[in-house]
Design a binder for this molecule. Structure first.
Ligand code: PLP
Length: 372
Protein backbone atom coordinates (compact mmCIF):
# COMPACT_ATOMS: atom_id res chain seq x y z
CA UNK A 1 0.00 0.00 0.00
CA UNK A 2 1.37 3.44 -0.90
CA UNK A 3 0.31 5.92 1.76
CA UNK A 4 -0.35 9.46 0.51
CA UNK A 5 -2.34 10.83 3.43
CA UNK A 6 0.54 11.99 5.60
CA UNK A 7 -1.14 15.29 6.49
CA UNK A 8 -3.78 13.14 8.23
CA UNK A 9 -1.26 11.18 10.23
CA UNK A 10 2.11 9.50 9.73
CA UNK A 11 3.58 6.10 10.43
CA UNK A 12 5.50 6.20 13.70
CA UNK A 13 9.30 5.82 13.58
CA UNK A 14 10.46 2.43 14.92
CA UNK A 15 12.96 4.40 17.04
CA UNK A 16 10.04 5.68 19.17
CA UNK A 17 9.12 2.13 20.25
CA UNK A 18 12.37 1.68 22.14
CA UNK A 19 11.80 5.00 23.89
CA UNK A 20 8.23 3.97 24.73
CA UNK A 21 9.52 0.82 26.40
CA UNK A 22 12.15 2.69 28.36
CA UNK A 23 9.75 5.31 29.73
CA UNK A 24 6.78 2.98 30.27
CA UNK A 25 8.34 -0.21 31.64
CA UNK A 26 11.65 0.89 33.19
CA UNK A 27 11.75 4.60 33.96
CA UNK A 28 7.98 4.73 34.45
CA UNK A 29 7.77 6.96 37.55
CA UNK A 30 5.45 9.86 38.18
CA UNK A 31 7.68 12.91 37.66
CA UNK A 32 5.84 14.79 40.45
CA UNK A 33 6.62 12.19 43.15
CA UNK A 34 9.01 13.08 45.99
CA UNK A 35 11.52 10.33 45.20
CA UNK A 36 14.96 10.76 43.70
CA UNK A 37 14.06 8.70 40.61
CA UNK A 38 11.03 10.93 40.06
CA UNK A 39 13.03 14.11 40.40
CA UNK A 40 15.56 12.76 37.86
CA UNK A 41 12.67 12.19 35.49
CA UNK A 42 11.33 15.67 36.16
CA UNK A 43 14.76 17.10 35.26
CA UNK A 44 14.68 15.08 32.03
CA UNK A 45 11.31 16.63 31.16
CA UNK A 46 12.64 20.14 31.83
CA UNK A 47 15.60 19.43 29.62
CA UNK A 48 13.23 18.13 26.93
CA UNK A 49 11.21 21.33 27.20
CA UNK A 50 14.43 23.28 26.46
CA UNK A 51 15.12 20.93 23.55
CA UNK A 52 11.75 21.82 21.99
CA UNK A 53 12.26 25.55 22.61
CA UNK A 54 15.50 25.33 20.72
CA UNK A 55 13.91 23.45 17.81
CA UNK A 56 11.22 26.13 17.59
CA UNK A 57 13.91 28.79 17.54
CA UNK A 58 12.39 30.49 20.59
CA UNK A 59 14.56 32.81 22.63
CA UNK A 60 12.32 32.84 25.70
CA UNK A 61 9.22 31.01 26.95
CA UNK A 62 8.01 27.56 27.82
CA UNK A 63 6.55 24.50 26.14
CA UNK A 64 3.46 22.80 27.54
CA UNK A 65 2.80 19.21 26.55
CA UNK A 66 -0.83 18.39 25.75
CA UNK A 67 -2.82 15.39 24.47
CA UNK A 68 -3.23 16.62 20.87
CA UNK A 69 -2.94 19.80 18.85
CA UNK A 70 -6.71 20.21 19.10
CA UNK A 71 -6.13 20.65 22.83
CA UNK A 72 -3.18 23.00 22.22
CA UNK A 73 -5.32 25.17 19.92
CA UNK A 74 -8.25 25.22 22.35
CA UNK A 75 -5.94 26.04 25.23
CA UNK A 76 -4.27 28.87 23.31
CA UNK A 77 -7.54 30.53 22.35
CA UNK A 78 -9.68 29.89 25.43
CA UNK A 79 -6.74 30.59 27.74
CA UNK A 80 -6.29 34.01 26.09
CA UNK A 81 -9.93 35.16 26.39
CA UNK A 82 -10.55 38.16 28.62
CA UNK A 83 -13.75 39.88 29.66
CA UNK A 84 -14.15 43.36 28.25
CA UNK A 85 -14.59 45.08 24.96
CA UNK A 86 -12.14 42.88 23.03
CA UNK A 87 -12.01 41.59 19.46
CA UNK A 88 -10.73 38.25 18.14
CA UNK A 89 -9.24 37.66 14.70
CA UNK A 90 -8.95 34.37 12.75
CA UNK A 91 -8.25 33.50 9.14
CA UNK A 92 -10.86 31.67 7.07
CA UNK A 93 -8.24 28.97 6.49
CA UNK A 94 -8.17 27.63 10.02
CA UNK A 95 -8.37 23.95 10.93
CA UNK A 96 -11.66 22.97 12.66
CA UNK A 97 -9.85 22.87 16.02
CA UNK A 98 -9.47 26.66 15.71
CA UNK A 99 -12.34 27.56 13.38
CA UNK A 100 -15.02 25.88 15.49
CA UNK A 101 -13.71 27.55 18.64
CA UNK A 102 -13.93 30.90 16.80
CA UNK A 103 -17.50 30.13 15.73
CA UNK A 104 -18.37 29.32 19.35
CA UNK A 105 -16.93 32.68 20.49
CA UNK A 106 -19.12 34.40 17.93
CA UNK A 107 -22.20 32.54 19.21
CA UNK A 108 -21.26 33.61 22.72
CA UNK A 109 -21.49 37.24 21.59
CA UNK A 110 -17.80 38.13 21.16
CA UNK A 111 -16.67 40.31 18.27
CA UNK A 112 -14.93 37.92 15.88
CA UNK A 113 -13.35 38.78 12.52
CA UNK A 114 -12.60 36.16 9.86
CA UNK A 115 -9.92 37.24 7.38
CA UNK A 116 -10.57 35.96 3.81
CA UNK A 117 -8.12 33.88 1.80
CA UNK A 118 -6.57 34.79 -1.55
CA UNK A 119 -6.64 32.46 -4.57
CA UNK A 120 -3.19 31.16 -3.51
CA UNK A 121 -4.72 29.91 -0.23
CA UNK A 122 -2.94 32.42 2.04
CA UNK A 123 -4.74 34.95 4.18
CA UNK A 124 -5.09 38.36 2.61
CA UNK A 125 -2.68 40.57 4.51
CA UNK A 126 -4.51 43.84 3.59
CA UNK A 127 -7.74 42.41 4.97
CA UNK A 128 -5.89 41.43 8.12
CA UNK A 129 -4.56 44.97 8.44
CA UNK A 130 -8.06 46.40 8.09
CA UNK A 131 -9.44 44.51 11.12
CA UNK A 132 -6.56 44.91 13.59
CA UNK A 133 -6.89 47.69 16.17
CA UNK A 134 -6.16 48.46 19.81
CA UNK A 135 -9.15 46.32 20.89
CA UNK A 136 -7.72 43.18 19.26
CA UNK A 137 -7.06 40.66 22.01
CA UNK A 138 -6.08 37.58 19.97
CA UNK A 139 -5.01 36.79 16.41
CA UNK A 140 -5.00 33.08 15.54
CA UNK A 141 -3.54 32.06 12.19
CA UNK A 142 -2.62 28.73 10.64
CA UNK A 143 1.04 28.49 9.54
CA UNK A 144 0.77 25.83 6.78
CA UNK A 145 -2.76 25.02 5.68
CA UNK A 146 -3.64 21.36 6.05
CA UNK A 147 -5.80 21.23 2.90
CA UNK A 148 -3.69 23.22 0.43
CA UNK A 149 -0.19 23.51 1.91
CA UNK A 150 -0.40 27.33 1.57
CA UNK A 151 2.12 29.02 3.87
CA UNK A 152 1.17 32.18 5.75
CA UNK A 153 3.91 34.77 6.21
CA UNK A 154 4.51 34.89 9.98
CA UNK A 155 6.98 37.77 9.68
CA UNK A 156 4.50 40.00 7.81
CA UNK A 157 1.72 39.11 10.28
CA UNK A 158 4.03 39.82 13.22
CA UNK A 159 4.92 43.22 11.77
CA UNK A 160 1.25 44.17 11.49
CA UNK A 161 0.54 43.01 15.02
CA UNK A 162 3.49 45.01 16.39
CA UNK A 163 2.31 48.11 14.54
CA UNK A 164 -1.45 47.97 15.13
CA UNK A 165 -2.05 45.95 18.29
CA UNK A 166 1.20 45.25 20.13
CA UNK A 167 -0.66 44.05 23.23
CA UNK A 168 -2.63 41.39 21.34
CA UNK A 169 -1.71 37.72 21.62
CA UNK A 170 -0.56 36.05 18.37
CA UNK A 171 -1.32 32.32 18.22
CA UNK A 172 -0.16 30.16 15.32
CA UNK A 173 -1.34 26.64 14.51
CA UNK A 174 1.93 25.13 13.32
CA UNK A 175 0.87 21.49 13.04
CA UNK A 176 1.68 21.13 9.32
CA UNK A 177 4.81 23.29 9.54
CA UNK A 178 6.76 22.02 12.55
CA UNK A 179 9.71 19.85 11.43
CA UNK A 180 8.52 20.12 7.82
CA UNK A 181 9.44 23.62 6.72
CA UNK A 182 12.33 25.64 8.18
CA UNK A 183 11.35 28.58 10.41
CA UNK A 184 12.39 30.23 13.63
CA UNK A 185 10.02 31.85 16.12
CA UNK A 186 12.85 34.23 17.03
CA UNK A 187 12.19 36.19 13.84
CA UNK A 188 8.48 36.66 14.70
CA UNK A 189 6.21 38.09 17.41
CA UNK A 190 4.43 34.76 17.93
CA UNK A 191 3.21 34.31 21.52
CA UNK A 192 1.68 30.82 21.25
CA UNK A 193 2.51 28.04 18.76
CA UNK A 194 0.76 24.63 18.49
CA UNK A 195 2.44 21.50 17.13
CA UNK A 196 1.69 17.77 17.15
CA UNK A 197 3.69 14.51 17.32
CA UNK A 198 1.66 12.21 15.10
CA UNK A 199 2.11 14.42 12.03
CA UNK A 200 5.89 13.97 12.22
CA UNK A 201 6.20 10.22 12.80
CA UNK A 202 5.77 10.47 16.57
CA UNK A 203 3.02 8.80 18.59
CA UNK A 204 -0.62 9.87 18.79
CA UNK A 205 -1.81 11.38 22.08
CA UNK A 206 0.93 13.97 22.55
CA UNK A 207 1.39 17.51 21.25
CA UNK A 208 2.88 20.81 22.34
CA UNK A 209 2.02 24.45 22.89
CA UNK A 210 4.80 27.03 22.93
CA UNK A 211 3.97 29.84 25.37
CA UNK A 212 6.08 32.99 25.29
CA UNK A 213 4.70 34.43 28.52
CA UNK A 214 3.13 31.85 30.77
CA UNK A 215 1.62 34.49 33.05
CA UNK A 216 -0.61 35.69 30.22
CA UNK A 217 -2.32 32.30 29.69
CA UNK A 218 -5.20 31.00 31.82
CA UNK A 219 -5.40 27.28 32.53
CA UNK A 220 -8.28 25.14 31.25
CA UNK A 221 -7.82 22.30 33.76
CA UNK A 222 -7.57 22.67 37.50
CA UNK A 223 -5.80 19.91 39.35
CA UNK A 224 -2.39 19.01 40.71
CA UNK A 225 -0.72 22.06 39.16
CA UNK A 226 1.66 20.26 36.80
CA UNK A 227 3.30 22.18 33.96
CA UNK A 228 3.34 25.58 35.74
CA UNK A 229 -0.30 25.09 36.78
CA UNK A 230 -1.32 25.53 33.14
CA UNK A 231 -1.95 21.90 32.24
CA UNK A 232 -2.68 19.82 35.32
CA UNK A 233 -2.50 16.05 35.00
CA UNK A 234 0.40 13.60 35.14
CA UNK A 235 2.61 14.21 32.14
CA UNK A 236 2.61 11.64 29.34
CA UNK A 237 6.34 11.08 29.89
CA UNK A 238 6.70 8.25 27.40
CA UNK A 239 4.76 10.18 24.73
CA UNK A 240 6.81 13.33 25.30
CA UNK A 241 10.09 11.40 25.08
CA UNK A 242 8.93 9.64 21.90
CA UNK A 243 7.93 13.01 20.44
CA UNK A 244 11.46 14.21 21.17
CA UNK A 245 12.93 11.12 19.51
CA UNK A 246 10.89 11.76 16.35
CA UNK A 247 12.20 15.34 16.25
CA UNK A 248 15.78 14.09 16.73
CA UNK A 249 15.48 11.71 13.78
CA UNK A 250 14.21 14.38 11.36
CA UNK A 251 16.47 16.57 9.24
CA UNK A 252 14.12 19.35 8.09
CA UNK A 253 16.19 20.69 5.19
CA UNK A 254 17.19 17.32 3.80
CA UNK A 255 13.59 16.07 4.05
CA UNK A 256 12.24 19.17 2.35
CA UNK A 257 14.57 18.71 -0.61
CA UNK A 258 13.59 15.07 -0.92
CA UNK A 259 9.85 15.82 -0.75
CA UNK A 260 10.22 18.59 -3.34
CA UNK A 261 11.86 16.05 -5.67
CA UNK A 262 9.10 13.51 -4.93
CA UNK A 263 6.41 16.04 -5.72
CA UNK A 264 7.99 16.90 -9.08
CA UNK A 265 8.22 13.25 -10.06
CA UNK A 266 4.67 12.65 -8.92
CA UNK A 267 3.29 15.60 -10.87
CA UNK A 268 5.28 14.58 -13.97
CA UNK A 269 3.68 11.15 -13.75
CA UNK A 270 0.19 12.66 -13.61
CA UNK A 271 0.18 14.25 -17.08
CA UNK A 272 -3.22 13.07 -18.18
CA UNK A 273 -6.27 14.80 -19.65
CA UNK A 274 -8.86 15.31 -16.93
CA UNK A 275 -6.44 15.29 -13.99
CA UNK A 276 -5.66 18.76 -12.67
CA UNK A 277 -3.02 19.46 -10.06
CA UNK A 278 -4.04 22.23 -7.65
CA UNK A 279 -0.67 23.54 -6.58
CA UNK A 280 -0.73 26.48 -4.17
CA UNK A 281 3.06 26.94 -4.23
CA UNK A 282 3.28 26.28 -0.55
CA UNK A 283 4.57 23.28 1.39
CA UNK A 284 5.59 20.50 -1.00
CA UNK A 285 4.21 17.99 1.51
CA UNK A 286 0.59 18.73 0.48
CA UNK A 287 -1.29 19.17 -2.80
CA UNK A 288 -4.76 18.61 -4.21
CA UNK A 289 -5.82 16.74 -7.35
CA UNK A 290 -9.02 17.29 -9.26
CA UNK A 291 -10.49 14.53 -11.41
CA UNK A 292 -12.80 15.89 -14.07
CA UNK A 293 -16.12 14.04 -14.15
CA UNK A 294 -15.34 11.73 -11.21
CA UNK A 295 -16.09 12.26 -7.54
CA UNK A 296 -13.13 12.49 -5.18
CA UNK A 297 -14.76 9.95 -2.92
CA UNK A 298 -15.09 7.47 -5.81
CA UNK A 299 -11.41 7.96 -6.63
CA UNK A 300 -10.41 7.54 -2.98
CA UNK A 301 -12.14 4.15 -2.69
CA UNK A 302 -10.98 2.89 -6.10
CA UNK A 303 -7.42 3.96 -5.32
CA UNK A 304 -7.48 2.17 -1.99
CA UNK A 305 -8.50 -1.01 -3.83
CA UNK A 306 -5.61 -0.46 -6.23
CA UNK A 307 -3.09 0.10 -3.43
CA UNK A 308 -2.90 3.89 -2.95
CA UNK A 309 -4.28 5.77 0.04
CA UNK A 310 -5.16 9.45 -0.45
CA UNK A 311 -7.25 11.85 1.65
CA UNK A 312 -10.36 13.92 1.22
CA UNK A 313 -8.96 16.81 3.24
CA UNK A 314 -8.83 17.21 7.00
CA UNK A 315 -9.59 13.87 8.71
CA UNK A 316 -11.76 15.81 11.15
CA UNK A 317 -13.94 17.23 8.39
CA UNK A 318 -13.81 14.54 5.71
CA UNK A 319 -17.08 13.00 6.88
CA UNK A 320 -18.83 16.30 6.22
CA UNK A 321 -19.76 17.29 2.69
CA UNK A 322 -17.67 19.92 0.91
CA UNK A 323 -14.42 21.56 1.82
CA UNK A 324 -14.66 24.92 3.59
CA UNK A 325 -11.12 25.95 2.64
CA UNK A 326 -11.36 25.28 -1.10
CA UNK A 327 -14.78 26.94 -1.11
CA UNK A 328 -13.29 30.00 0.55
CA UNK A 329 -10.52 30.16 -2.07
CA UNK A 330 -13.19 30.27 -4.76
CA UNK A 331 -13.66 26.73 -6.07
CA UNK A 332 -17.17 25.69 -7.09
CA UNK A 333 -19.03 22.86 -5.34
CA UNK A 334 -18.59 20.69 -8.48
CA UNK A 335 -14.86 21.30 -8.50
CA UNK A 336 -14.56 20.54 -4.80
CA UNK A 337 -16.51 17.31 -5.01
CA UNK A 338 -14.04 15.91 -7.54
CA UNK A 339 -10.94 16.78 -5.48
CA UNK A 340 -8.71 14.65 -3.26
CA UNK A 341 -5.78 15.65 -1.06
CA UNK A 342 -2.38 14.03 -1.54
CA UNK A 343 0.29 14.37 1.14
CA UNK A 344 3.78 12.90 1.13
CA UNK A 345 6.33 11.96 3.75
CA UNK A 346 10.09 12.32 3.49
CA UNK A 347 10.81 8.61 3.82
CA UNK A 348 9.06 7.55 0.61
CA UNK A 349 11.12 6.45 -2.36
CA UNK A 350 11.05 7.92 -5.87
CA UNK A 351 9.99 4.51 -7.19
CA UNK A 352 7.04 4.37 -4.81
CA UNK A 353 5.87 7.83 -5.78
CA UNK A 354 6.21 7.18 -9.54
CA UNK A 355 4.19 3.98 -9.07
CA UNK A 356 1.52 5.89 -7.14
CA UNK A 357 1.18 8.43 -9.98
CA UNK A 358 0.82 5.70 -12.56
CA UNK A 359 -1.81 3.86 -10.45
CA UNK A 360 -3.75 7.14 -10.10
CA UNK A 361 -3.72 7.73 -13.88
CA UNK A 362 -4.77 4.15 -14.65
CA UNK A 363 -7.52 4.19 -12.00
CA UNK A 364 -8.89 7.47 -13.36
CA UNK A 365 -8.89 6.16 -16.93
CA UNK A 366 -10.72 2.97 -15.82
CA UNK A 367 -13.44 4.89 -13.97
CA UNK A 368 -13.77 7.49 -16.71
CA UNK A 369 -14.24 4.72 -19.30
CA UNK A 370 -17.02 3.23 -17.19
CA UNK A 371 -18.93 6.47 -16.59
CA UNK A 372 -18.73 7.88 -20.13
N1 PLP B 1 -4.18 21.81 13.12
C1 PLP B 1 -3.87 21.37 11.90
C2 PLP B 1 -3.36 22.33 10.86
C3 PLP B 1 -4.02 20.02 11.58
O1 PLP B 1 -3.69 19.58 10.35
C4 PLP B 1 -4.50 19.14 12.57
C5 PLP B 1 -4.74 17.72 12.25
O2 PLP B 1 -5.21 17.39 11.17
C6 PLP B 1 -4.79 19.65 13.85
C7 PLP B 1 -4.63 21.00 14.09
C8 PLP B 1 -5.28 18.77 14.95
O3 PLP B 1 -4.21 17.95 15.38
P1 PLP B 1 -4.44 16.75 16.40
O4 PLP B 1 -4.84 15.58 15.58
O5 PLP B 1 -3.10 16.54 17.07
O6 PLP B 1 -5.49 17.17 17.36
Amino acid sequence: MIYLDNAGTTKMFEECLQVHKEFSCQNFYNPSAATKVASELSKKLSETERFFLERLGAKVGNVLFTGCATESNNMAIKGSLRTGNYEYVFSCGEHPSVFNVAKRLELDGKIVHFVPLQPDGRLNIDDLESVLNEKTRLISIIHVNNETGAINDLKAISKLKDKLCPRAVLHVDGVQAFMKIPFSLRETSVDLYSFSAHKIHGPKGVAGLYVKNKDSLKELLQGGGQQYGLRSGTENVSGIMQFRKAVEVIDVKENLQHVEALKHLFNDGLRQDGIKILDFNGSPYIECLRFEGVKGETMLHALEQNGVIVGLGSACSSKKAGNRILEEIGFSKDEIISTVRVSFNAYQSEEEIKRAASIIVETYKEIKAKVS
